[in-house]
Each structure stands twice: as C-alpha cells, then as structure tokens.
Design a protein around this ligand. Structure first.
Ligand code: BV8
Length: 249
C-alpha cells in the first residue's frame, strides 16, 4: 500500500520519533474501546462512571464499568505493541505517549512509556490513603465484589487512573509536551483524539514541524493535520510499516 511506504520513508529518515496511542491499539488485545459503534460509552455514561464526581457519588457503578476493563490487566500485547517496541529497539522511537491504562506497552517491551491517564496497577483508599496493588483485591474481583479498604473499611478505593474532571499527572504531561515539541515525526495509533488535554499533543507536534502519521480504524476530527493517514487495524498495519523501515535502513 502506497501510504505504508510513505509512512516507512518518514520513519526511516527521522531521528526522534514519538508514538501516541489510545484505546484502539489495544482493541486487538480484546480490550473494548470507548467510542465508536461497540464502544463502552454506548453502555455507560462516562461522566457518571468514569468521572471523579461520579466515583465519589457511586463507587459501585465505577467498579461495574471497571470490571469490563479488568481484562485490561490480564490482556496480552498484540503485534501493534510489539512493532512499536521493535522501533524503539532500533533506536527510532524515543518515547510512547499513551492514554491507555492497560500497561501493554511495557508488557511488549517498550521502555520509555508516558502514561497520561495513569494505570490500574496501584489503588488508593480516598479516606485513609492506604495504598494497594491490584493483586490485593484479586479474590474480591473474582467473586464479583468491589474492593473495600482493609484498614478503614471505606468503599472509596480508587485505582490510580485519571478520571474525567481529574488533572493529569503533571510531570508526565510536561514530559509528553516536551517530546511532542522536539520530535521530528509523531505517529498516532488508535485514538479518536477527543479527550483533552491529551488530544492537544498532536497539534503541538504539528506546530513544531514534525511529520505527522495516523493509523486508525476510522477518520478522526484531527485528520487534516496529518501527512499520512492510514485507515486500518493497528495490529496489521504497524508490522508492515516496520518491515518496510527495515528494508530502508
Ligand atoms: C481534565 C479513564 C482538568 C478510565 C479517561 C468540554 C470540551 C473539552 C474538554 C472537556 C469538556 N468538558 C470536560 C472536558 C475535559 C475532559 C474531556 O476532554 N472530555 C471530553 C470527553 C470532552 N478531560 C478531562 O476531564 C481530563 N482532565 O481536563 O482535568 C482539571 C485540572 C485541574 C484540576 C481538576 C481538573 C481527564 C481525561 C482523562 C479521562 N479518563 N479514562 C479508563 O481509561 O479506563 S478517558 C478515556 O478516553 C481513556 O483514557 C481513553 O484513553 C481516552 C481517549 O479515548 P481513546 O483512547 O481515543 O479511545 P476511543 O475509544 O475514543 O478511540 C479509539 C479509536 O481507535 C477509535 O477512533 C477507533 O476507530 C480506533 N480503533 C478501534 N480499533 C482499532 C482502532 N484503530 C486501530 N486499530 C484497531 N484495531
């Protein structure tokens, strides 16, 4: 495909490539995305279940939503994740900026991963500030029970995930902005680019003169800023791009 060759040429010539990913890159790992026809937001109101106000109003609703996401922690990376890790090993990709909380980039071997929206790995009691690992509640989750603080009995056990209405981790966001400004190629994979401030980053890269590539299953609101637009599945497209890059190096 012509676009795959164009993307590979840009990547092969670049010195500092940054990859920006969203839920779409994990779709082929069996994790539901948020928007689109079978997206989670078809069945849940994000402001209700995935906002800090909603969580404080009703942690049970958040956990029911999260139970659909718990597979995130037990899913496996797919060829798209491995392709990005390969480009990092080749010295081409310098950072992965992800909105995802599934830690699949780390599991596939990526080393520099900036998690803008946190991850499910750690949880905190909002009342007594006791901290937990996901495994501490594995039994509860398997029994379909929502976690309760072992120390103070509170139901307000929240994973270190950035919910709507919560600020992003400042150091991570700052580093992601720096990477977006200094890269010479910015590749978006599997994001609808509607959630802010994360969705600001492609525009920052563009205005800093980076070459822009997007690989997504459907068009996005930001498509006009990209030099190369590939509609398709990340797990099929990215390995083909890496193969083309290898031929050019
Ligand atoms: C903040 C946590 C301030 C749970 C998430 C009005 C206008 C503009 C902004 C706002 C507004 N009202 C409120 C806001 C701010 C709000 C926001 O942006 N809302 C949007 C929805 C309008 N943002 C916030 O609240 C942020 N915080 O601003 O705080 C502040 C400052 C100081 C003090 C207090 C507060 C927090 C945002 C983070 C919210 N957390 N989730 C969880 O992750 O489980 S959001 C959720 O959306 C995820 O994090 C997800 O990563 C993110 C973005 O979604 P995508 O990753 O893009 O996924 P999506 O499903 O949308 O798209 C997937 C794409 O992949 C699709 O296009 C599909 O076609 C494609 N695809 C599918 N399969 C494949 C594929 N592509 C390739 N291959 C495939 N196989």
């Amino acid at each position: 495909m012509e676009e795959i060759k164009k993307a590979a040429e840009i990547i092969a010539k670049s010195k500092h490539v940054v990859v920006f990913t969203g839920a779409g890159i994990s779709a082929e790992s069996g994790i539901p995305t948020f928007r689109g026809e079978d997206g989670l937001w078809r069945r849940y109101d994000p402001e209700e279940v995935a906002s800090i106000q909603g969580f404080k109003r009703n942690p049970k609703a958040f956990w029911e939503f999260s139970m659909e996401m718990k597979d995130k922690l037990f899913a496996d990376p797919n060829p798209a994740h491995y392709a990005i890790a390969e480009l990092e090993r080749m010295g081409i990709v310098k950072a992965v900026i992800t909105q995802n909380i599934d830690m699949l980039h780390q599991k596939s071997g990526s080393r520099r991963v900036l998690e803008l929206h946190g991850s499910m790995e750690k949880l905190d009691c909002l009342d007594c500030h006791e901290t937990y690992d996901w495994d501490d509640f594995a039994e509860d989750f398997n029994r379909g029970e929502i976690p309760r603080c072992r120390k103070c009995g509170s139901w307000y056990i929240k994973p270190r995930v950035v919910l709507f209405g919560e600020p992003l981790p400042q150091r991570v966001l700052f580093e992601a902005m720096e990477e977006s400004k200094k890269c010479d190629a910015f590749i978006v994979v599997g994001s609808s680019l509607v959630v802010y401030p994360a969705a600001e980053l492609p525009y920052m890269a563009k205005s800093s003169g980076a070459k822009m590539i997007i690989i997504n299953a459907e068009p996005t609101v930001a498509d006009s800023i990209f030099d190369v637009r590939i509609i398709g599945k990340a797990g099929e497209i990215l390995p083909r791009i890496v193969d083309e890059v290898k031929k050019m190096r």
